[in-house]
Design a protein around this ligand. Structure first.
Ligand SMILES: [Zn+2]
Ligand SMILES: [Zn+2]
Length: 248
């Protein structure tokens, strides 16, 4: 074989042929990240509030909360519900060192983002909702940072003209160590102290704010307000999964 003729494109094709023709979860042959059966276990967030993407069961298009309170973000993209396989995989990443699930999870999100921004302007900068340094020390890594790094890698490969920037140092930092959100009651989460996140670096005019899961939306809303105060003019929220909220 003439190695000089083996272009980078060819190497990439061979690589994907070898490693990406099987379902990431059950290993059956599949051209997609997940096979049909595993795909069926991914619960899409199809019936949701048009503004905050909260899953809703009523016929109204805007949830109760959005009817009384304006949001700081322009749009929210949340393709899945925090249930079934998605929930198991995210938990595995967070609590059981399931880092190898980050790539398939981000491929699901990047697929959705490419559809959403097909005819629209992409944000200029990707910023993530960070964990507190104490929690990063406990877990050994910050999962939203690891996910954003993987997401930007995939998007840049699929969209060669993309100019979305991702700073080595996230401009948004968490300043207080709080109890994990999932162990708090809904009321407690809504009353989370307001000085949790601070902007310490450059923020572009059009920002994408990434988080893995959006629960009540109060963290994301608070972070958006901080980014707007720091000079952003528009924030788009990107989350992989949204929890169902029975109260609305
Ligand atoms: Zn499968
Ligand atoms: Zn809403």
């Amino acid at each position: 074989m003439d190695l000089k003729k083996l272009s980078t494109t060819k190497i990439t094709q061979v690589y994907y042929g070898l490693f990406l023709n099987r379902c990431y979860l059950c290993d059956t042959p599949s051209h997609n990240t997940f096979c049909h059966s595993c795909q069926a276990g991914l619960i899409r967030n199809d019936q949701h509030c048009l503004q905050c993407q909260r899953p809703i069961h009523s016929t109204s298009q805007i949830c109760g909360r959005c009817q009384i309170q304006a949001l700081s973000y322009q749009r929210c993209i949340a393709p899945y519900r925090f249930e079934g396989i998605i929930k198991t995989l995210i938990h595995s990443v967070k609590f059981h060192q399931g880092n190898h699930y980050i790539r398939p999870l981000m491929s699901l999100l990047s697929e959705q983002l490419r559809q959403e921004y097909d005819q629209q302007t992409w944000p200029e900068q990707l910023i993530y909702v960070p964990s507190h340094p104490h929690r990063i020390k406990e877990r050994g890594f910050c999962q939203t940072r690891a996910m954003s790094t993987q997401l930007i890698k995939q998007l840049r490969r699929q969209e060669p003209d993309l100019t979305l920037k991702f700073a080595a140092k996230n401009p948004l930092i968490k300043t207080l160590h709080t109890q994990a959100q999932h162990s708090l009651s809904r009321k407690a989460r809504l009353n989370t102290p307001r000085d949790l996140y601070r902007v310490t670096g450059h923020v572009a005019k059009h920002v994408a704010l990434f988080d893995d899961v959006m629960t009540t939306g109060s963290t994301v809303e608070y972070c958006c307000q901080q980014l707007l105060q720091a000079g952003a003019e528009r924030v788009d929220v990107w989350v992989l999964a949204r929890t169902a909220d029975k109260a609305f």
